[in-house]
Ligand binder design. Structure first.
Ligand code: C5P
Length: 232
């Protein structure tokens, strides 16, 4: 019905940053607060979905009525997503996943030892969104939305990501735009959808609260899902 447009659907959301340990005391991370991902989880719940939220470390309260799976590293997020993804009808990856992690997390605190420089060797983390894009069901019943935050060439980079990671939708965030980005309660985004293998449609949305934007994203994503006949 109109009030429960996602009734009967499983929605999987990723949110927040990841933390990649350097030693028992320190880690590499980013400025993600989890606000957009948590807003998506709450909106999906209110639209009638069964929601699983895979969350990196954030200061937000767990939304009521949502299954939450808390993780720390990108590798743990990948493992959580791979276990929940097969049953997800709609997946939205709003997490800011660390692209790299230290090759070796030191087992003891890294000491200064009078050094003036320190080299860290990093290795690539799995790209969770690309993995999901390559594994989604081929009948169109499973749709995936990614996010892209860029400081330059936003639309070109976002279109490239949409197509390369086989997303059904990509939400592009300009970090430099007032009322957009990490710690704000509003966002200004452009929504990209693929038209064919090479090109994308783009739709610019006005600045709005993250909670309302979440509903807009979920409604659009759901409309891209193929209606597969159910066998009774
Ligand atoms: O390529 P980039 O990191 O900018 O892509 C951002 C999108 O990809 C986001 O939806 C993010 O959640 C997802 N991502 C991911 N795993 C990674 C890196 C990004 O799922 N290792």
């Amino acid at each position: 019905g109109a009030t429960a447009p996602l009734a009967g659907l499983n929605v999987l959301i990723t949110a927040g940053p990841t933390q990649e340990p350097l030693d028992p005391i320190r880690y590499l991370t980013n400025h993600s607060t989890g606000k957009m991902g948590y807003a998506l989880a709450e909106a999906a719940r209110d639209m009638g979905a069964t929601v699983t939220l895979v969350s990196g470390p954030v200061a937000l309260d767990a939304p009521a009525g949502v299954r939450i799976d808390r993780v720390t590293t990108a590798q743990e997020m990948f493992e959580a997503v791979s276990s929940h993804f097969p049953e997800a009808d709609l997946t939205v990856m709003a997490a800011a996943v660390g692209d790299f992690r230290p090759v070796n997390a030191a087992s003891e605190k890294i000491k200064k030892h009078g050094r003036t420089t320190l080299e860290l060797e990093l290795t690539a983390n799995p790209d969770i969104l690309a993995w999901a894009g390559s594994r989604k069901r081929t009948d169109g019943s499973q749709v995936i939305c990614g996010f892209a935050m860029e400081t330059q060439h936003l639309i070109e980079n976002a279109a490239k990501k949409l197509l390369e990671k086989h997303c059904d939708m990509l939400v592009a965030n300009n970090l430099r735009e007032p009322g957009a980005g990490f710690a704000t309660d509003t966002n200004v985004v452009t929504i990209l959808t693929p038209t064919d293998e090479q090109t994308a449609d783009i739709e610019q949305l006005s600045r709005m609260p993250k909670r309302r934007l979440a509903g807009e994203i979920l409604n659009r994503l759901n409309s891209l899902r193929a209606q597969v006949p159910q066998t009774v």
